[in-house]
Design a binder for this molecule. Structure first.
Ligand code: UDX
Length: 444
């Protein structure tokens, strides 16, 4: 069995490399020649721990190659049984915040005409429910006469920063299928994780599509729940980190996705949440998901609260103030800045008149391209030098390990605001810092 992976962003590049690791012959295809030339030389165009090593290993083993041409997809598949995984992006439309399916439709149309031998097309992209059945029809209409074409849906739940582990050893597998043949082909592809006992849910196409968007909506809701509690804590002097810890001990609640702070960002949770609401509206059940609007609102309010708290620490105005921002990526372990809460806070403070110096261990280059008005430092200490307020915006391990006394020696005023609730408040306070955090009482 051969594998092609259409779209080599985070999802596709990781999937292609992991399929090669599982022993398959894999061709990764992307219409962006720059991405393809980077991957072909073993240099993924984004930071993902372990991916570069895996790509290099399988470029060398000969099981992995990349192309930007559909005719190579046709040649690679030939008459062999081939599974084509659709991993192209479904970004947020500027107009109505629905998912933009242009790239997916284009991929289906261009793939359909090159299908010759036995195949299964497997969607992995996150899509509005109902898309798979529509794409299956489109595939049949565009495929050469007599070709046996079939579509299945196999949503992906990988997290950036853990993409390889999440792909090789997922928490569960979901197969949306319309025939026993599709199920048995997917079972064959995922034989290794299935043999290791990874739970499998076999279902229909719309349910498989819904699993992905509802999982993301649930995670976003959990984060906004604890952040709403942080708002309540702020109004009463309670400590949301203690509250979260106590809630987490209840196994029915659990501790994951309960870290209060600046909230969620990235390329998935925010956009999927909005697209899900738009789709529910189209289906006539928009009211049912009304609470997701509030989930989004709580999330965005945390960013404004961070800006307000910083202004307060600057004495009521940002004019002439220097603010140090630790973190730019939407989360640690990633150089992704899409919808990054950290950068949204920094940009807003800079727009209101402060000089903001940002340091991020991995995302500074990406951040500079989109936010050239911010100043970028090459170390956490350099960013902090001369600062009136220090903001902790992305919880990289590196920031936790820094000695607050050493940082205290370079700032103008020892004021820190922990936007991620992962710094050791007592340690910073003992080193002479005035310590503030989202959802916790201040230590002055
Ligand atoms: C997410 C889903 O986890 C994954 O299953 C899906 O396939 C894609 O979207 P990812 O975007 O990589 O993955 O990020 P994730 O690790 O889930 O974090 C999302 C955001 O939530 C980050 O901004 C993170 O900082 C924030 N977060 C997470 C919190 O604010 N608190 C938490 O407790 C957990």
């Amino acid at each position: 069995m051969r594998i092609t992976v259409l779209g080599t962003g985070y999802l596709g590049a990781t999937h292609a490399a992991c399929m090669a690791e599982m022993g398959f012959d894999v061709l990764g295809m992307d219409t962006d020649p720059e991405k393809i030339s980077a991957l072909s030389t073993g240099t993924p165009p984004f930071y993902e721990p372990g991916l570069e090593r895996l790509v290099r290993r399988h470029l060398k083993s000969g099981r992995l190659r990349f192309t930007s041409s559909y005719s190579d997809v046709e040649k690679f598949a030939g008459d062999a049984l081939t599974l084509h995984f659709l991993c192209v992006g479904t970004p947020e439309k500027k107009t109505d915040r629905a998912a933009d399916l242009r790239f997916l439709e284009e991929a289906i149309d261009r793939l359909a005409v090159v299908l010759r031998g036995p195949s299964l097309v497997v969607g992995k992209s996150t899509v509005p429910v109902g898309t798979a059945e529509r794409l299956a029809r489109r595939l049949r209409e565009n495929a050469p006469a007599g070709a046996h074409v079939e579509l299945a849906w196999n949503p992906e739940f990988l997290r950036e920063g853990y993409a390889i582990g999440d792909t090789l050893a997922p928490a569960r597998l979901v197969f949306g299928v319309s025939s026993p043949r599709a199920e048995s082909l997917l079972r064959e592809v995922y034989r290794i994780p299935l043999d290791r006992g990874v739970p499998l849910v076999v279902t229909d196409l719309p349910t498989a599509e819904l699993v992905k968007v509802s999982a993301n909506a649930f995670l976003a809701t959990k984060i906004s729940f604890i952040n709403a509690m942080a708002e309540v804590c702020e109004s009463t002097g309670a400590d949301v980190t203690h509250l979260a810890r106590a809630l987490a001990h209840d196994p029915r609640i659990g501790g994951q996705y309960l870290l209060p702070g600046l909230g969620f960002g990235g390329g998935c949770l925010p956009k999927d949440l909005r697209a899900f609401q738009v789709r529910a509206g189209e289906l006539g059940v928009g009211h049912t998901l009304g609470f997701l609007r509030e989930v989004d609102a709580v999330n965005l309010r945390r960013r404004r609260r961070m800006v307000d708290l910083t202004r307060e620490r600057c004495g009521g105005s940002f004019r002439g103030k220097r603010v140090a921002a630790w973190g730019a990526a939407f989360k640690p372990g990633s150089d992704d800045i899409r919808d990054s809460p950290a950068l949204s806070v920094s940009a807003s403070i800079q727009l209101q008149g402060a000089e903001v110096t940002v340091y991020d261990p991995k995302a500074s280059d990406n951040a500079y391209k989109s936010f050239p008005n911010l100043t970028f430092a090459s170390s956490a200490l350099e960013a902090a030098t001369g600062a009136d307020v220090l903001l902790h915006l992305t919880e990289w391990q590196e920031f936790r390990e820094l000695d607050p006394a050493v940082v205290g020696a370079v700032v103008t005023t020892r004021q820190v605001i922990d936007g991620r609730n992962t710094l050791d408040a007592r340690r910073w306070h003992e080193a002479g810092w005035s310590f503030h955090a989202l959802g916790r009482p201040a230590r002055r």
